[in-house]
Design a protein around this ligand. Structure first.
Ligand SMILES: NC(=O)c1ccc[n+]([C@@H]2O[C@H](COP(=O)([O-])OP(=O)(O)OC[C@H]3O[C@@H](n4cnc5c(N)ncnc54)[C@H](OP(=O)(O)O)[C@@H]3O)[C@@H](O)[C@H]2O)c1
Length: 353
């Protein structure tokens, strides 16, 4: 089945699955060859997954996607380049938040344009590390000015809590999308965010739907091990599993999902993805796929229909997760929390040439 589309404001359509690229950024995990990565990108586009999610702080990725776009244009008779859309992020460094100005914002946006080799960015998802520095509305206003100048097509947000998202909307910033963690493990968006986004025409792009790969057969029945985690996203989601109630409770979820998967001749990853896509308000799921064979596995989530009772089994376990009952990104923002300690807050400084 080809990937269904969702329509956002202003007629902007996106496939319901978006290719995530954090996993292939420098420093995330053992590097994969460029040929292998491009092969998976082509496979994604052939399956209808024509949108790629990246960020100014995913080291090397905007440049790689720029090269990929050029390669697409060079393929004779190829329509690849016309189909592709790239969603990036603007993630100003924590230490820059109190002093940044319009020039800083434009410099970073211009750098994304240069790296990608495009004249306009399709979507810029704005992130703000600390609400202690009360300047995100002013900064969003400068992004909006750049949109009006034609450098940006759409504005999105990522990891905002409800009040701060509302403050931008109330200030007239046309935020069209919100990228947040939302999965069988993490139901925090259901504490008001889903409703707010629905009421204000904001599409939700969810990440964490596979919990970095934890929501798959690979971890069913395995023992817990922090030491053997092979990349940064597994570290991130292992902490989420603790908040979910720990390894034992997570295994209970995997067993339930495995039973559901077997009833459909599907995999746990497909059930996890289908579940997330079925949550109200979810426009698309961003999935970290960098191997060609994964693309077809992921696309099969659309061949699967979960019934209400199956969804309810997963939902009931998730909604009662003891540590995941607060706001979107609340734990990650808590100073000195384990979640905050694994973040890198200064990657734009490293990359700003
Ligand atoms: N805004 C934010 O703060 C934020 C945070 C996190 C992520 N994101 C975005 O979301 C994207 C996805 O990241 P995520 O954290 O949500 O990761 P995810 O999609 O939950 O998990 C990705 C991992 O799942 C594994 N996987 C893929 N298909 C699978 C399958 N069929 N069976 C088993 N495992 C499978 C892949 O492992 P293999 O490598 O083995 O294939 C991959 O490393 C990122 O690339 C990024 O673009 C944004």
């Amino acid at each position: 089945m080809s990937i269904p589309l969702s329509e956002l404001a202003d007629g902007y359509t996106v496939p319901r699955i978006i290719t995530g690229t954090w996993q292939i950024s420098k420093g995330h995990q053992a590097p994969r060859s460029r040929a292998e990565i491009f092969e998976s990108f082509f496979r994604a586009i052939d399956s209808g997954i024509t949108v790629f999610d990246c960020a100014d702080i995913y080291t090397g990725i905007e440049e790689m996607l720029g090269d990929f776009l050029r390669e697409c244009r060079q393929r004779e008779g190829s329509a690849y380049a016309d189909q592709i859309r790239i969603h990036t992020k603007f993630v100003p460094d924590l230490e820059a938040l109190s002093t940044l100005d319009k020039v800083y914002v434009e410099k970073i946006i211009d750098r994304s344009l240069r790296r990608l080799g495009v004249e306009r960015l399709d979507l810029v998802q704005f992130s703000w590390w600390s609400y202690d520095i009360d300047r995100w509305i002013e900064t969003a206003g400068w992004i909006e000015e750049l949109r009006q100048k034609g450098k940006i097509r759409q504005i999105g947000a990522t990891n905002f809590h409800l009040e701060s998202l509302r403050s931008m909307i109330d200030a007239g910033i046309p935020v069209r999308t919100h990228q947040i963690q939302y999965s069988a493990l993490d139901h925090r968006p259901e504490n008001g965010m889903v409703e707010y986004c629905r009421d204000n025409g904001i599409g939700i792009f969810c990440y964490g739907t596979l919990a970095g790969g934890f929501l798959s057969e690979n971890y069913l029945g395995t023992s817990d091990s922090f030491e053997k985690l092979k990349n940064r996203s597994l570290v991130k989601y292992r902490l989420i599993i603790d908040e979910y109630g720990g390894w034992g409770r997570f295994q209970k979820l995997l067993k339930e999902m495995d039973q559901i998967a077997r009833q459909h001749g599907a995999t746990i990853a497909q059930v996890a993805l289908r579940y997330a896509l079925d949550r109200p308000g979810v426009t698309a799921a961003i999935v970290g796929v960098s191997k060609a064979e994964r693309v077809s596995q992921i696309a099969k989530a659309f061949d699967l229909t979960l019934d209400d009772s199956q969804r309810e089994i997963i939902h009931a376990l998730g909604r009662t997760a003891p540590g995941l009952n607060g706001s979107v990104y609340g734990l990650e923002r808590e100073k000195n929390s384990r979640h905050a300690a694994i973040m890198k807050y200064g990657l734009n400084r490293e990359n700003l040439s």
